[in-house]
Design a binder for this molecule. Sequence first.
Ligand code: PLP
Length: 398
Amino acid sequence: MTSNADLRARFQAAFMPNYGVPPVALVRGEGARVWDADGTEYLDLIAGIAVSSLGHAHPALARAVAAQAATLAHTSNLFVNEPAVRLAERLVELAGGGARVFLSNSGTEANEAALKIAIKYGKTHGRRFFVATENGFHGRTLGALSLTGKTSIREPFGPYALDVRFVPYGDADALRAYVNDDCAAVFLEPTQGEAGVVPPPHGYLAEARDICDLTGTLLVADEIQSAIGRTGAWFAFQHEDVRPDLLTLAKGLGGGLPVGACLAFGDHGAILAKGDHGSTFGGNPVAAAAALAVLDTIEAEGLLAHATAVGDVLAEGLNDVDHPLLAGVRGRGLWRGLVLADAVAPAVEAAARDAGFLVNAVQPGAIRLAPPLILSPEQARSFTAALPSVLDAAQKAS
Ligand SMILES: *Cc1c(COP(=O)(O)O)cnc(C)c1O
């Protein structure tokens, strides 16, 4: 059998260096567990970056994908396909009705669609600039990248065509100071994911909504990471009783298949006219069937309540850990950031992997947990029980 070492060497030779060389090769999964090429088993607490919402090899997802691939794998948007129509209808219903949908293949493309809507809205109403947040992340294509506040990934590829002004995240006064009648749209994550699972102060989204309403600015909620049960709700904005004008989704929606969506509420749903936008693969029937299986399974298995309950078990276990390296825990549901006292997250990630847990060093001083929504309370407890020795090992290694 091909080993981790063998696959890593071939990866390094065949791929561009943009990802570095990942530490192990994964070959198989079942539920919240995965196995690498050397046969080592791990508890997966990152789920392919908040993507594998039903865990690995879920029969409902596998059946839906296989059946659709064996029936009709692709149509393009020259033709209607029913799985895509059902998915769009379902997303609108879950989001509270009164919206229209554009389906994409990824998160960044969902944001590109939102940005094109916002640009067109801005041109129609004489609004010239955009507001986004410091340390925010909206994707790697050039439009989404120009909205991305994380300077280490934005600045090497600038300057950008759009006038984007960045404000500190979670600061409603800063939003009030920047957003005016010349602003086309505000792009926000309900909790910043790539920044290290950073929630805003309570009431921030409602204030952002008010500021946008007062100035006629579009509020765009980038829920690419936060939606589809991750925080215990279908959408994180539902915790705050706030509705955005545009909503973008991807990651957990397809349960591992590439699918994203942009929803636009009310009249904004008709801003993109015929010919304004498109995607060859967007709304692909196999991806749509996968997303429908994810949504149906979350409902049938009660995974929103489950994510809340197991998220609480995880948070309690983490809060009980008394270790000098663990300075705090942030987040909600099955989406948590462990704040470290030192910038040793890569060492913690490696020590966790040595102990059989896949976690993500999302920032130099923060670990991200985004396990499958099917994680059991016992699995959550197994990690919190092992964490003190993982942190000891990380301290020793660094
Ligand atoms: C991951 C992510 C994106 C980009 O999604 P891709 O599918 O990688 O293009 C955009 N916004 C947020 C909030 C994300 O977490």
